[in-house]
Design a protein around this ligand. Structure first.
Ligand code: 5GP
Length: 189
């Protein structure tokens, strides 16, 4: 997706050898015009697949998923990392290792919102080692929902996430794939 790649080159900031900061337009301040283009592109990539729900993970996936959902005309469910007193007790649960926080965290989705009738598209901002996507796939398997695919805004192609997700038999569509971000230089595949 050219407009996204150009924006990453213009405003993305490389931290060390493997973190790309896009918080001026995607996951802190959000460029809604760009997110709409991203939502339309996800719809185009999954246009031939029936989808009844979008599943993402808090926090940074939520905004992207909500805007994409308008093009699919389906609800968004997001996996919660933090339990509040108002959270249902009957949940699907999984565990993931956070790439950015370097620790394990639990994710939960109420059993009310995913079922065997659902055909679910997973959406997230980044795909790195695949931990977030694999935990969401685990939750969908527990719910016996059909997995329509994984839609990713930025895939770090030099990390193993895509292979691990595809090994589960799940299609991955990424809108920008990074080949490397070494020495502060962003190179796309
Ligand atoms: P994974 O679970 O695939 O290892 O990593 C995906 C999650 O980690 C995403 O939800 C994203 O929030 C975060 N993440 C991974 N790599 C990056 C990165 O380079 N930059 C940012 N901003 N987040 C990342």
């Amino acid at each position: 997706m050219e407009v996204l790649k150009n924006r990453i080159l213009k405003d993305g900031v490389v931290l060390g050898d493997n973190i790309l900061k896009v918080d001026s337009f995607i996951n802190h301040q959000m460029d809604i015009k760009l997110l709409n283009q991203i939502g339309k592109e996800f719809k185009e990539r999954f246009k031939n697949i029936e989808i009844t729900k979008i599943l993402t993970i808090e926090a940074s996936g939520i905004g992207i998923a909500c805007i994409a959902a308008q093009y699919f005309d389906v609800p968004v469910v997001f996996a919660k990392k933090h339990e509040g007193i108002n959270m249902d007790k009957d949940n699907y649960e999984s565990e993931a290792f956070s790439f950015t926080k370097k620790k394990n965290y639990k994710i939960k989705v109420s059993k009310k919102y995913l079922s065997a009738e659902d055909k679910v598209l997973i959406i997230d901002d980044f795909l790195a080692n695949g931990n977030a996507s694999l935990a969401l796939i685990d939750i969908l398997n527990q719910a016996k929902s059909e997995i329509a695919g994984v839609g990713i805004v930025i895939e770090k192609g030099f990390q193993p996430g895509r292979k691990l997700v595809e090994d589960k038999g799940v299609k991955v569509e990424s809108l920008a794939i990074l080949e490397s971000i070494s020495n502060g230089k962003i190179i796309f595949k």
